[in-house]
Write a protein that binds this ligand. Structure first.
Ligand code: PRT
Ligand code: ZN
Length: 291
């Protein structure tokens, strides 16, 4: 296989937390490709796109330098690498936060308490900027792994590391003090290469497909029956996309209502719909939603 100069190139993590989600999103967006055991890149069969598999740390720079047009990588890595790239879309997976934590028995209990202390991190650039903005002067020690054990080795007074469930911090006797950055996977793009030229159209088509899949992931299609007098109350609960579809039923005074609801408020919406008179509520997933 050879890279084709006219195709779009997207970089994703070769092996790690973001890999399966990124591949899932590309597949759900209708892209067909095969992956072999030892992979460096893969050609899309039904779209002018090549997928490159890289270490996540290298992705921002590859995109910034135009070796790849697009990339999927955590906001934490983009900011740490200080890459000049365009953030096209937040993708809703790989969620975590970069946070400062201290040993449970530490007397540091607020941001100001870090003044003059030593903080170990793999994110020195993000941390230094955070401290500067908050006018705290502390010593930042750059460690590449196992940041959470540095306080017990007397290497640091505090750590600044990624947290998702918090169990790693707990296991190491650390408590979270303050959040530095909220992160999730981002679709990033090269600032220049997509603004003009033959790739622009393919880029726009790809982004539309990805956004349609993302939108569908967070929505459900909902159908229900209700007395027609209940329609105003039901419409108020379902902001929907535009107005809901309303169909009269054979039974006089009854209607069927179809709409789209957001996943995050789903159960509250269902309870309120039942209170408003909805019955026979049917909910189905949406595969894609073209906006
Ligand atoms: O080999 P490569 O360099 O590509 O991978 P990597 O080892 O650097 O990265 P990887 O696969 O671990 O993570 C990729 C991305 O996933 C990160 O850059 C984040 O954007 C995102 N992410 C989401 C996380 C976490 N959640 C996470 N919990 N990355 C790391 N962690 C680690 C964290 O460093 C800590 O050690 O998990 C531990 C904390 O987890 P909890 O659940 O115990 O709080
Ligand atoms: Zn990495």
């Amino acid at each position: 296989m050879k890279l084709n100069g006219n195709n779009l190139k997207i970089a994703i993590q070769k092996k790690g937390r973001l890999t399966e989600y990124a591949l899932g999103l590309l597949r759900q967006s209708g892209l067909e490709f095969e992956i072999y055991g030892y992979r460096l890149f893969s050609n899309c069969q039904n779209f002018p796109l090549e997928i490159l598999f890289l270490r996540d740390d290298d992705i921002p720079e590859y995109v910034q330098d135009g070796i790849c047009d697009l990339g999927i990588v955590g906001r934490n890595v983009v900011q740490e690498k200080m890459a000049k790239v365009e953030e096209v879309q937040a993708l809703g997976f790989g969620r975590c936060r970069l946070a400062i934590a201290v040993p449970r028995e530490s007397d540091i209990d607020c941001l100001e308490g870090l003044e003059g202390k030593v903080i170990a991190t793999s994110y020195p650039n993000v941390l230094k900027l955070f401290l500067l903005r908050n006018q705290i002067s502390a010593e930042v020690v750059n460690v590449s792994g196992s940041v959470e054990i540095t306080p017990s080795l007397n290497v640091s007074d505090a750590v600044c590391d990624l947290v998702s469930t918090g169990s790693t911090l707990r296991m190491n006797g650390l408590v979270e003090l303050i959040m530095v950055l909220e992160s999730e996977a981002l679709l990033i793009a090269n600032e220049r290469s997509l603004k003009r030229g033959a790739k622009k159209l393919a880029f726009e088509r790809l982004v539309m497909r990805l956004r349609s899949s993302l939108f569908a992931r967070t929505r459900k299609y909902i159908m229900m029956n209700a007395p027609s007098v209940a329609l105003p109350a039901i419409e108020a609960i379902l902001p929907g996309l535009k107005s809901p579809t309303v169909v009269p039923l054979a039974e006089p005074g009854m209607i069927a209502i179809h709409s789209v609801v957001a996943e995050d408020t789903f159960w509250q919406d269902i309870e309120r719909l039942k209170e408003a008179g909805a019955t026979g509520i049917l909910v189905t997933p949406i595969e894609k939603m073209i906006l």
